[in-house]
Design a protein around this ligand. Structure first.
Ligand code: NAD
Ligand code: UDP
Length: 315
């Protein structure tokens, strides 16, 4: 018999996954981290590698996996547009075949399974802020579709396994999250702006910078994911997890320049196709059902992220 909870985290060597691995090892669980290192690295979890309650396995979730676990957090999938558009077919496979393989594993082991879904399921939303009831406005054939539709299909699979096989499922719709351990070449806006500001390079705003995003600090998100996994079995979601504080991309650029004291200038580049104009989570459900809400203001989260990048960037 095993006395510790056995938790599988796919994508555990990535940005969010590495924070989640650390938090769950901290709760006294045995954590199995599965990753193919497409965007994640061993460096993100280097401090855990000697821990007897942590195990790292190189594996691609588009192939079946046979392990015995009690809980599964399915995070495997590149999240930055630059990386998920690099091999779009593999991105859809990761979301869809990955979900099928892990749901199959959950069915065999009767493990509880949580899906890291995304605000991208709302596409370029025409309802603002976005509640979970909103079905979204997603282009099925554009350059973001491999990610958006892959994640939407994964949600479908989760709910079909729930209805058809009575699995215990949890679907979290995660809004833009940032923090330490982001890769300097991640390509998402917060890491790009901080790296550019620290290197004295131009800050690249796509479009006129009037599009908005709501930024959640990673420790807040990790708390939310664990609260969702630990909630009672009737809580399936989908449930929004994010910080409702909404900023334009131009405001973010100005804040990063101010906080780093950088002399970088802003450079305006073309807006990529299908780039959503606005995004803000309605988190009433997370507040009511999980008693969860973010606590880290953008300024304070940026401070910690700037500190992290100052340490890892070559001087
Ligand atoms: P990330 O790119 O840093 O991490 C993804 C991890 O998955 C990486 O370690 C990568 O190597 C791994 N991976 C990719 N394809 C794989 C495969 N086929 N098999 C095994 N491992 C694979 O991204 P992140 O920001 O940490 O995102 C984690 C999860 O959360 C993703 O599923 C993402 O869609 C979701 N999410 C993140 C955000 C955010 O803002 N960070 C927002 C919405 C949803
Ligand atoms: N963006 C930007 N400059 C960058 C990177 C991103 O202006 O160097 C913009 C991007 O066009 C989008 C927003 O910032 O409007 C958030 O982009 P990100 O890639 O972080 O995530 P998204 O929410 O679009 O998936």
């Amino acid at each position: 018999m095993h006395s510790r909870k056995r938790i599988l985290i796919t994508g555990g060597a990535g940005f969010v996954g590495s924070h989640l691995c650390r938090a769950l090892v901290g709760t006294g669980a045995d954590v199995l981290c599965v990753d193919n290192f497409f965007t994640g690295t061993r460096d993100n979890i280097i401090d855990l590698l000697d821990n007897p309650h942590f195990e790292l396995m190189r594996h691609d979730v588009t192939f079946p996996l046979y392990v015995e676990v009690d809980e599964i957090y399915n995070l495997a999938c590149p999240a930055s547009p630059v990386h998920y558009q690099h091999d779009p077919v593999q991105t859809t496979k990761t979301s869809v075949h990955g979900a099928i393989n892990l749901l199959g594993l959950a069915k065999r082991t009767r493990a509880k399974i949580l899906q890291a879904s995304t605000s991208e399921v709302y596409g370029d939303p025409n309802i603002h802020p976005q509640p979970e009831e909103y079905w979204g406005n997603v282009n099925p054939v554009g350059i973001r579709s491999c990610y958006d539709e892959g994640k939407r299909c994964a949600e479908t699979l989760f709910f079909d396994y729930f209805r058809q096989h009575q699995l215990r499922i949890k679907v979290a719709r995660i809004f833009n999250t940032y923090g330490p351990s982001m890769h300097p070449n991640d390509g998402r806006v917060v890491s790009n702006f901080i790296v550019q500001a620290l290197n004295g390079e131009p800050i690249t705003i796509y479009g006129d910078g009037s599009q908005t995003r709501s930024f959640c600090f990673v420790s807040d998100l990790v708390r939310g994911l664990i609260a969702l996994m630990d909630s009672s079995d009737d809580v399936t979601g989908p449930i929004n997890l994010g910080n409702p504080g909404e900023f334009t991309i131009k405001q973010l650029a100005e804040l990063v320049i101010e906080m780093t004291g950088s002399r970088s200038q802003i450079e305006y580049l073309p807006l990529p196709t299908d780039d959503p104009m606005q995004r803000q989570p309605d988190i009433s459900k997370a507040r009511d059902i999980l008693d969860w809400q973010p606590t880290i203001e953008l300024r304070s989260g940026l401070q910690q992220t700037i500190q992290y990048f100052s340490k890892i960037l070559p001087t």
